[in-house]
Design a protein around this ligand. Structure first.
Ligand code: BDP
Length: 665
């Protein structure tokens, strides 16, 4: 496999390991991957794979751990059976030892040592135990096998074509798939859905006559501990099987899914399971048969259960053809209204996949109320790594701070359980494609990396993760890049928020492709995403008292906090309230002045990025430097466009001049 595509894990990232004597012991394909990685590094940096004796680094599964290495771990848990398969212990006394129950843990242990670099081989440290917080850490690819006439090959993809599919079939070059699997494994990802949740005709057939294509991908990803999942259409028994119905309670339908699933597991014994978008934005679902979404999910769960597979059933169900004049229909309510009453009805291998906010991956939303409402249902929280609403990988927008906030949110108030504690899984829509830098904007790689790391350990700080990414991606210049890259990226999400839709109101993007400002773009459409700005005020009244009642979907204390325009956090004010432009925020500013100030500030912050980046020429590859430079110019153009359109729009609506007399209209 080649390293032609720059990302984290260039060969230099392995220097510390590759210059040492390393002992690898373990059986099976994943231990084989570890051995290959080490061998490649040693061949490059002069170290050696040894077979006993004095090793600087031992990587072994517990039953193959040599006695002296066992002592390094001070007898702690090493060699115990029952260590979870992805967990590992690492310690150093003279030599470094990594021990894991299975090959997967060994692989994650290897990448842990890679991250530490020379630090791993410094002072002794006692054994530490590492295990993932989330059992499944999954990327969903919205990839089409065929190029879709409107959405292209990758729906909401900003990084070229699909990594998996090209020319209507699987890519011949599976090297790229393997390289992707390697990057994902180093970030901690262990599952990938290889096709779009909007399942079109060709993609539907991946479940049946094109199953071999999926098996090929599974084969390429397996050595990195990544399982393959497939998006399927709920109508499969009709469109593929020729049945007259897809009713989940119909015996023939059940039998069809059982047969189809048996064939899947014949071809891919470690297949992960199905992913379903049903009754949403035109996708078929159980509503057509008067059945519930629990009936629908359980149908597929039943077919998968004998093989240990799971179904990810998305909670993104809402009416996208609503009457925009009807203020009672609120898209933000929909997931809760559909799913909360079904708590307890889902099978044990059905996982409800919930977008992190109630609407749709906006730059700022409250946490979805579904997360606190379904204690008897397995939940996965879904993030959007692909930057559909956060600059489309033309803007620098490091999203880890947002995700960290979501995962650390306490739905039952301070001191209670967190979102990360409630969710067993983290899922995200991937931002990767066949672009040479994988993610279009080279700095957007940090989002892909951060997703995996937060799924492994939601307690990690965004800056700490960025540090890791810088160290792994630019091993030779990291020391000089750290400070300037933190300055560019740490606050980039908040900067993006400042120059786009204000105070949690969302959207205001150009319809269809969703790039750039169009304040009223969706205001008079059936999609359910409105801001209700008029001459007196702006925002969506979602209170129980006078609005759509969303606040009532939250437990205390948030229900009361969100209900009150005085207590509601500033950044969510317009999500929950319609307020006059003169409403005074906690910050002491009026809403209208906040809009003006943040939009000027956001655009000014973006103007500082280009000079900061120019100063890094020579510290990164020239082509990468040039790519980012061009994108920063586009970001500045776009940020100014946002600033001007939002400010002028609200000045014209409100008639309130800027307190600082800046030019707005
Ligand atoms: C929306 C995207 C659309 C996706 C949908 C989803 O605009 O392309 O199909 O989410 O999550 O944000 O299914």
């Amino acid at each position: 496999m080649t390293d032609v595509h720059p990302a984290w894990l260039p060969p230099e990232a392995f220097r510390a390991i590759g210059s040492r004597r390393v002992l690898v012991r373990g059986d099976g394909p994943l231990a084989g991957t570890v051995r290959d990685e080490v061998a490649r590094a040693c061949a490059r940096f002069g170290g050696s794979l040894c077979d006993g004796g004095e090793a600087d680094l031992v990587l072994a599964t517990s039953e193959r751990l040599p006695a002296p290495a066992r002592a390094v771990l001070y007898g702690e848990e090493a060699g115990e059976t029952g260590m979870p398969d992805e967990a590992f212990l690492v310690g150093r006394r003279g030599g470094v030892t990594v021990v894991a129950g299975e090959g997967a843990g060994l692989l994650y242990g290897l990448f842990h040592v890679v991250r530490l670099g020379e630090r791993a081989f410094g002072a002794d440290f006692p054994a530490e135990r590492h295990r993932p917080a989330m059992r499944r850490r999954m990327l969903d690819h919205w990839d089409n096998v065929d190029v879709h006439p409107v959405m292209g090959q990758v729906e909401r993809g900003y990084a070229g074509g699909s990594i998996f599919w090209a020319d209507g079939g699987p890519r011949g070059d599976l090297d790229r798939v393997r390289a992707y699997g390697r990057l994902l494994a180093a970030a901690g990802v262990n599952a990938v859905a290889v096709n779009n949740v909007n399942v079109h005709a060709t993609e539907a057939r991946l479940l049946t006559d094109r199953l071999g294509d999926v098996a090929a991908l599974a084969g390429a990803l397996r050595p990195y501990g990544i399982k393959v999942h497939l998006s399927v259409t709920f109508a499969a028994p009709v469109v593929l099987g020729g049945l007259s119905t897809a009713d989940p309670l119909d015996e023939d339908v059940r039998a069809w899914w059982a047969r189809a699933t048996a064939r899947v597991y014949e071809a891919i014994p470690d297949f992960g399971g199905y992913l379903v978008k049903a009754d949403s934005e035109g996708q078929p679902g159980p509503f057509a048969y008067g059945r519930s979404h629990a009936d629908g999910a359980n149908l597929l769960a039943g077919a998968l259960a004998p093989y240990g597979g799971v179904v990810h059933w998305r909670a993104f169900v809402y009416d996208h053809r609503q009457d925009w004049r009807d203020r009672a229909t609120d898209r933000a309510r929909a997931a809760y209204d559909h799913f909360a009453p079904l708590d307890g009805e889902f099978a044990g291998n059905a996982i409800l996949q919930v977008k992190h906010g109630p609407i749709d991956f906006q730059v700022r939303e409250p946490v979805s109320p579904v997360i606190a409402a379904m204690p008897r249902t397995r939940l996965a929280v879904e993030l959007q790594v692909t930057q559909e609403y956060t600059g489309q990988q033309r803007h620098v927008c490091y999203l880890a701070p947002m995700w960290r906030e979501v995962l650390g949110f306490e739905p039952w108030g301070p001191g209670g359980r967190t979102v990360a504690g409630v969710a067993g899984e983290l899922v995200a829509v991937s931002n990767a494609g066949d672009d040479p830098y994988w993610t279009g904007h080279p700095l957007a790689q940090a989002n892909l990396y951060a997703f995996g790391r937060l799924a492994w350990d939601p307690g990690l700080g965004p800056a700490e993760i960025l540090d890791e990414w810088i160290g792994l991606t630019f091993p030779d210049t990291a020391d000089r890049l750290r400070e300037p890259l933190h300055a560019i990226m740490d606050g980039s999400w908040e900067t993006y928020e400042r120059y786009t839709a204000p105070l949690g109101v969302g959207f205001m993007v150009r319809p269809g492709h969703h790039y750039g400002p169009d304040v009223d773009g969706y205001e008079y459409t059936p999609w359910g995403t409105y801001h209700f700005a008029d001459r007196d005020g702006v925002g969506v009244d979602r209170t129980r008292a006078t609005g759509t009642g969303c606040t009532g979907q939250y437990p205390e204390p948030w229900s009361e906090v969100y209900e009150s325009a005085e207590r509601c956090p500033d950044e969510l004010l317009l999500f929950f309230h319609h307020v006059p432009y003169g409403h005074v925020l906690h910050s002491g500013k009026t809403v209208i002045q906040h809009i003006y100030d943040t939009h000027f500030a956001g655009a000014e912050e973006v103007a500082e990025l280009r000079p900061a980046w120019d100063g890094l020429a020579g510290l990164v590859d020239p082509a990468l430097h040039a790519r980012v430079r061009e994108l920063l110019d586009e970001q500045l153009r776009s940020a100014r466009e946002w600033r001007d359109q939002i400010n002028t729009y609200f000045f014209r609506k409100s008639g309130v001049p800027d307190a600082h007399g800046r030019r707005i209209h």
